[in-house]
Write a protein that binds this ligand. Structure first.
Ligand code: ADP
Ligand code: MG
Length: 364
């Protein structure tokens, strides 16, 4: 691993995260790209789509009306919303996770879809490899802290820290090894609730990539779903994709950027994403399953680069819990690269990351 002191150098223009076009509808910009900004999965979704040259001309000849690229950005939003509503949300009664959680304690278990079965199997693999640092069975502990709900609230002074006894009581029911999946049936213990918040955005990236691959008109695209970013194909001018890495101590800026060609997924988990401050102590939304408290591994953020969205998201969460040494080993075990920013602002990374990451001050 290489070690760098953090420093600030240049302003980077044309970043994904400083898009000019804002609004629910896609806007065609002068550079032939279509940009759109919207919300889904409780976060911001930003897209920049480049169409194949022939499609671009057809759109222009078409004049008014919905352009092909506008339809693509709508399709992307539809993919994310469907995932949330039908599969992943623990809040929405329409989702499979909701039905699974409702089935807790049922001796008959519940039939799961092929997609859910695959997802649970993949989650278990990351849980095992991370010695349980990544654990989707912590629903009750996560709900107890309820940091996602309080993070953006105006009345944070009213936030009540959970007591140690409550934490331990919720924690005692958790454990990925308690998930009993037999054939297509899942048997959930009565005191266990699933929370797939750590992988939802990454799964969305995988499905968006699949959608693009079925649309010949898409030449290139960069899409961010909160802290997870997909790059796809190429830009008309042949330049690389650039993905900013946020500075945890000044989230309006970046510590640098990744320069990428073709299809990649980049996910960042950070203590700055969702948190509540009580008496000067920050309580953030990534929980260490070994303590039931917000992870305290010395890191403020982890950024993971892989070709696979699910993995980038799962690993960034796991690495934030594990810390830089163990986190680095975990990332490499999955052929992923990672950047770690600690509380002092030191930036370290896995060896292979050096070819993609440029350390420099970036304004977002
Ligand atoms: P974000 O949702 O901000 O992108 P993450 O991908 O790191 O951040 O996911 C954090 C979410 O994952 C939490 O809000 C919670 O729902 C869930 N979670 C918290 N701790 C863990 C953990 N140790 N393992 C798995 N999921 C977790
Ligand atoms: Mg994650």
């Amino acid at each position: 691993m290489k070690k760098y002191r953090k420093f600030y150098v240049i302003f980077l223009s044309g970043m994904l995260l400083c898009l000019g076009g804002c609004g629910r509808k896609a806007d065609r910009m002068g550079d032939s790209a279509v940009h759109s900004m919207d919300t889904a999965m409780g976060t911001m979704v930003q897209q920049t789509i480049y169409l194949q040259d022939t499609q671009e001309k057809a759109d222009q000849a078409d004049g008014e009306g919905q352009s092909q690229s506008g339809a693509v950005t709508d399709d992307v939003m539809e993919v994310i919303r469907r995932l949330e509503e039908e599969l992943l949300s623990w809040r929405l009664e329409t989702s499979e996770v909701y039905a699974i959680n409702e089935s807790a304690g049922d001796p008959e278990g519940i039939l799961v879809s092929p997609q859910m079965k695959q997802l649970l199997t993949r989650c278990r693999e990351v849980s095992e490899a991370s010695s349980g640092a990544f654990d989707i069975t912590m629903g009750r502990v996560v709900r107890l802290w309820n940091l996602d709900a309080w993070a953006g609230a105006d009345n944070q002074l009213d936030y009540r820290l959970p007591g140690e006894e409550e934490i331990l009581s919720c924690l005692s029911g958790t454990g990925y090894e308690k998930l009993d999946l037999q054939e297509n049936r899942l048997y959930l213990p009565s005191d266990l609730q699933l929370d797939l918040g750590a992988v939802g955005k990454g799964i969305a990236l995988d499905e968006i990539q699949e959608t693009f691959s079925q649309k010949q008109e898409v030449a290139g695209a960069i899409v961010s779903v909160g802290g997870s970013v997909l790059t796809y194909g190429t830009k008309p001018d042949g330049t690389s994709w650039r993905v900013a890495v946020t500075d945890p101590q000044n989230t309006a800026a970046g510590i640098g950027y990744l320069e990428l060609s073709g299809q990649w997924c980049v996910s960042t988990s950070g203590t700055y994403e969702r948190f509540v401050e009580v008496n000067g102590v920050r309580y953030h939304h990534i929980i260490d399953p070994s303590t039931g408290h917000p992870a305290d591994s010395g890191l403020d953020s982890v950024t993971v680069l892989t070709k696979d969205g699910f993995l980038s998201d799962a690993l960034s969460t796991a690495c934030l819990v594990l810390g830089k040494e163990e986190g680095g080993r975990l990332a490499q075990a999955f052929q992923a690269e990672a950047i770690f920013v600690d509380h002092e602002g030191n930036v370290t990374m896995t060896e292979g990351m050096g070819q993609y990451f440029h350390l420099s001050k970036v304004e977002k």
